[in-house]
Every structure is written in C-alpha cells, then in structure tokens.
Design a protein around this ligand. Structure first.
Ligand code: BYC
Length: 318
C-alpha cells in the first residue's frame, strides 16, 4: 500500500475514534490496535472459561436445590460469556484454536483471581459479590470501548454479571446473619478474596504497560486505579451492611479526597500469580487441557458434518 493511502486510512481511523464511532471488523485499523485487542479480549474470554472452575467445584455440594440451580445458571452464564468473547475476538482474524493453544501453552493470560481456591461454601458468596462486582465495574466502562463487537458483547455480559453479583451478596448476607460459625466463614472468605479482587484491576497506572495506548485508542475508557478506587468505594458500605470486619485495617474514609483510603496491594504476589506461580495455576490449565481433549469427539463430529454438507453442496452444483 502506498504511504499516502496509509496516512488517509490512519486519519480516518483517528477521526472515528475521536468522534466515538465504533470500529467494526471490516474497517481498516492499525495493526497494533488489532493486536492489543486480541490480547485483551482473548484474555477476557479465557478468564470467563477458567473462571468456571472455582465455582463449578461447588455445584455438587450446594446446600439446597435453590442454591444449586442459581450456581449452575451462573457457571453456564460464564461459559456463554467466554463464547461471545471468543466469537468477538475471531472477528479480528485469529481462530478459536489459536487462542486456546495460547492459553494452554501459557502465552495468553487469564484473570489472576481464578488462581485462588474456593475452600468453603462462603467463598461462592465472596466470588459472586466481590469478583463479579469487580468485573462489573471494569466491564461497565468497556461497554463504551471503541471496538464494536467487544462493546456489544459487554452490554449483555454486564446484565448477567449484575445478577451474579446480587446472588453472591445475598448468600453472604445469609451467612453473615447466620450462626457464629457461618459468620466466621463469611469473614474468612471476605479476608481471602479482598486483595485478589483488588488485583483484578491490574497494576497501578504508572506501572501499566498497555494503558496509555489503550486509553488513546479508547479500548480502555478508565484507568486501572480509577476503577479499583470505584470498586473500593462501592464495596466498603456493603461490608458495613454485612456487619463484617474490614479486610484491610487501613480502610478509612478520606474527607478531602472524597474516597476511601486503603492499604497497599502485595504486588510480588500479583506478579507471581500472573506469571504462572499462584496457588492453582497448574491445576487450572491441567483441567482445561483435559476437558479440551475429552471434547475432541465433538469437534471431530462437527468437522465430519461440515465436510458432508460441503460434499452435498458440490454434488448439487455439479
Ligand atoms: N490478571 O498493562 P496492564 C469475570 C497483565 S472475569 C492477569 O495494566 P491491561 C468472571 C496484563 O494482561 C473478568 N493478568 O494490562 C468470570 C499485562 O500482561 P500481558 C475478566 C493481568 O490489559 C467468572 C500485564 O499484566 N475481565 O468477569 O491494559 C466468574 C500488564 O498490565 C491482570 C477482564 O479480563 C490480572 N488481574 O489492563 C466471575 C477485563 N492485570 O497481556 C467473574 C478485560 C494485568 O502484556 N481486561 N494483567 O502479558 C482488562 O480490562 C485489562 O486487560 C486489565 C489489565 C485491566 C485486566
């Protein structure tokens, strides 16, 4: 392509992003924009799929039929989110199998939070309340992301995540107002999931490798620290309603800032987890590989069916 053409295409892309118009799959886009989207969106899809494991772990042990039905529906929703996101990412020119290969060979990441175990039933409440709660804060902003298929997927996903967050909070409320042992389980779940939930927003703005480009392209609409602070501000009053102790002794309302102050995240732990050495990284990938291998017969059947349809079409055309 001639240089002048490239400049014109880039100028048109910049104009559309500035005008808040969505970029669609058939539109020209800079290569780095495409690559960055593939990275973030495939990581997001993998998070939804790997995120089914810690909760799926409790489906057979849910304490009532009502709780089992809710959890089953939630875990299925997460699978659905993964599928919308894989499809949206495929519009950028990468195949589903390439993305899965990248996940299984650890070239692609998924949200750090899913490398922590769910040890008790109260953890299911904490995951819904805190993990889905953090995900919503991040994803509401992503509904305005500049890439059309991603923005549209986020609208539906946010509606479902909102139900997930509420069922988690309702579960926590029941535990926190229950017997002293149940209240203790709720407290313990809050203490263990608080910090990993804050880590979901990524490194501080100054340490975030992709933020400045992503903000310029309007892939990201708000910074990691802004979203993390919003999550803290909305969650602290919810902890008070539960009647639980704060998981961080440094949480304190700051009148001047109009926000809650809080303690520092253990960044060594964060980097350890995202680089493959968290408590459950190995188990999560091993389980994914096995499930994928066990599903090979389905893919084989789909391929055989497609080949048969193609043969029929050729015969009709001949
Ligand atoms: N975990 O430059 P940065 C859910 C990586 S699941 C792992 O700030 P970026 C749900 C980052 O990838 C919700 N890795 O990156 C499902 C980068 O490494 P690479 C999942 C992380 O992309 C089931 C490096 O650190 N949501 O809803 O600008 C049940 C530098 O970071 C993390 C999404 O995925 C992390 N927490 O910002 C319940 C939302 N943080 O790629 C709930 C979409 C950072 O260069 N993603 N890294 O190797 C995003 O909004 C952004 O990608 C992030 C990070 C805010 C996560």
């Amino acid at each position: 392509m001639r240089n002048t053409d490239e400049h014109a295409l880039q100028a048109e892309f910049d104009r559309r992003v500035a005008a808040e118009e969505k970029i669609e799959p058939t539109d020209w886009m800079p290569d780095d924009y495409r690559k960055n989207l593939i990275r973030q969106m495939s990581q997001h899809a993998h998070s939804e799929i790997i995120g089914m494991q810690p909760e799926g772990n409790w489906i057979t042990r849910a304490p009532s039929l009502r709780r089992k039905a809710i959890l089953l529906a939630k875990v299925q929703d997460e699978g659905g989110h993964g599928l919308y996101l894989y499809s949206a990412t495929e519009t950028l020119g990468i195949t589903r199998s390439e993305m899965i290969e990248a996940l299984q060979t650890r070239k692609a990441k998924y949200a750090s939070i899913f490398n922590y175990p769910t040890l008790t039933w109260a953890d299911i409440g904490a995951v819904g309340w805190l993990v889905d709660g953090a995900a919503i804060v991040n994803q509401i902003a992503l509904q305005r992301t500049s890439y059309g298929p991603y923005a549209r997927a986020m609208i539906r996903i946010c509606k479902e995540e909102s139900f997930h967050q509420r069922q988690g909070y309702e579960l926590m409320l029941e535990m926190a107002k229950g017997s002293p042992q149940q209240k203790q389980m709720a407290q313990d779940a809050l203490n263990r999931f608080w910090w990993p939930s804050l880590m979901m927003f990524g490194p501080h703005d100054g340490d975030s490798a992709h933020s400045s480009k992503s903000m310029q392209w309007k892939i990201k609409r708000e910074s990691n620290d802004t979203l993390r602070q919003r999550f803290i501000d909305q969650t602290v009053p919810q902890i008070e309603v539960l009647g639980l102790e704060m998981p961080d002794p440094e949480i304190k309302w700051n009148e001047t800032r109009g926000h809650y102050d809080s303690g520092e995240i253990n960044w060594d732990e964060f980097y350890k987890v995202i680089n493959g050495n968290g408590p459950c990284n190995h188990q999560r990938i091993k389980h994914h590989v096995k499930a994928h291998q066990d599903g090979e017969w389905v893919r084989e059947a789909v391929r055989a069916y497609r080949a048969k349809q193609a043969r029929k079409k050729d015969e009709r055309a001949a």
